[in-house]
Design a binder for this molecule. Sequence first.
Ligand code: UDP
Ligand code: MG
Length: 246
Amino acid sequence: MSSLELTKSKTLDISIVIPVYNERENLILLDKKITKSIKPLNKKYEVILVDDGSIDGSVDLIRKLKNENPCLRLIRFDRNYGQTAAFSAGFSKARGNIIVTMDADLQNDPADIPLLLEKINEYDVVCGWRYKRNDPWVKKLSSRIANAVRNTLSEESIADTGCSLKAFRRKCFQNIKLYNGMHRFFPTLMKMEGFSVTQVKVGHYPRVHGYSKYNISNRLFASFKDLLAIRWMKKRQIKYDIIEED
Ligand code: UDP
Ligand code: MG
């Protein structure tokens, strides 16, 4: 089967879903690195690049890369809607039994994807844990505080919920309704749905090209409000055991 036929078949082994917002300078290497990491696994896969309203020529480049790599797919928004919306659109179109998520800026290394895939045989969700962060100190510190606050308030034990590099079994997204900002809480949401979640250590690299889309005001404060919503949902979750039914 040619790789084109592979990508057209109905069910694939893996869908890699990647939100892209002004990441033109990272896309060629991203495509190369994913191919290098996934091809040797001999799996049927697709890479869904969800363009979240880029204005830097990312879309033209994705179209060009698609001509050379039939595993690539493009979903393009009419404007910027945010990372959770981009993930959500990618999930709704994904044909893989396993869905891998990651960033487009190469702060995650596609070479780590096989590590996640190995673990997904035992768990429903495998979260990457950037145990050595390569970010400016302000971001490292704010992320450490955010993780601690998040874990305390949501009674969670995930070391690094903000790492985009994750693998999910397809069924994880069947019943879940996503809201803006919720991509930061996938592990908690998945546990609430009864799925098993684990974490594996992955690499983390400085952003070489492009710019970070987040700062203290649009991440820390926004995600704190989201955290309160998650905490409320967790506390109010309906749980019961039926002991008799006629
Ligand atoms: N991103 C997106 N829409 C947004 C903001 C970010 O699709 O509104 C994408 C971005 O292109 C990247 C990923 O989400 O692939 C993570 O963004 P970024 O690297 O800026 O976040 P940071 O690493 O600084 O937390
Ligand atoms: Mg980044």
